[in-house]
Design a protein around this ligand. Sequence first.
Ligand SMILES: Cc1cc2nc3c(=O)[nH]c(=O)nc-3n(C[C@H](O)[C@H](O)[C@H](O)COP(=O)(O)O)c2cc1C
Length: 326
Amino acid sequence: MFSWSTTDRPIVALAPMAGVTDAAYRQLIKKLAPEVVVYSEFLSTDAIHYGAKKTMGMMNFDPELERPFIVQVFGKKPENFLSAAKIVEEMGADGIDINMGCPAARVTSSCHGSALMRDPELAAELVQATKEAVKIPVSVKTRLGWESPDQLISFCSKLVEAGADALAIHGRTYTQKYNGAANWDPIYELKKVISVPVIGNGDITSAQIAVDKLGNLDGVMIGRGTFGNPWIMKDVCEALKSSKLKVPSSNKLIPTIEKLSFEDKIPIILEHCELSVRLKGERRGMFEMRKHLASYVKGIDGAKELRARLVLVESVEDVKSILGHY
Ligand SMILES: Cc1cc2nc3c(=O)[nH]c(=O)nc-3n(C[C@H](O)[C@H](O)[C@H](O)COP(=O)(O)O)c2cc1C
């Protein structure tokens, strides 16, 4: 059984991202970097409790290709966490993660996500209810705090007392949303006093940054840095492993993406499209691919014209023909 405390260090995790980390994205990342821990998009405990078809479908994963697979949930009713957690465990996930960091108004206004940082009692109750329901590990992903990091240690201590097995912290407050730079200092301070694994998150866009930021933490989590650059996960895994073994690196780590020509990237781009179509059907799968395709061509010569065509693709053949002409 997967365990946060015994899994290889440093942990490298793909951040949960709604609208991004579907099964196709996770499988692509796992193919390039098999060591990575992957998370689902965030899913409502209420929807899982009631068996909502779309949400249940979003929990599907390939047990051969996607482990360790963590299902992230949000909500505010302990009784629904209890039943949702049992369902998540029964469908074979390796862990369940509670979202206490989402800043979206539609989530916080109904007291889910980040809003739980203002209600530590309820937050702890949700962890406890989830722990009681399942044997798989229960983790929490949260932010530094609501307006400041002042309560981070007391909030997280409560979660650990309630049974949280690991914490992932995005180095921004709720009020910051995505503005300013992520501040990792309070995360290092938290790790000094907390007994469970702590994973840092925010603004990792290269292996060098991951090595520089890891500090005393158990791992790093990467989100937007993977957009158009799934190769970053392998770079980070290898760089953190070498730095742990104290293998000297003579020069700065060169990102794989800088060593690849655009032609070199095409097979992975097409594989991503094929996975998306296989898992979601052509219409939905290609619709979802459009944003990824825009990310893949970012920064290359003629990106603007390419993007204008790629955001209209309806089939893998369309992509092949556009990229084939490039
Ligand atoms: C498109 C998008 C969707 C996200 N969805 C989620 C989510 O479902 N659950 C969650 O905990 N965080 C979510 N996040 C936040 C990320 O997991 C991560 O904490 C944040 O992007 C900072 O990390 P980064 O700088 O590596 O991207 C999302 C972020 C983005 C950009």
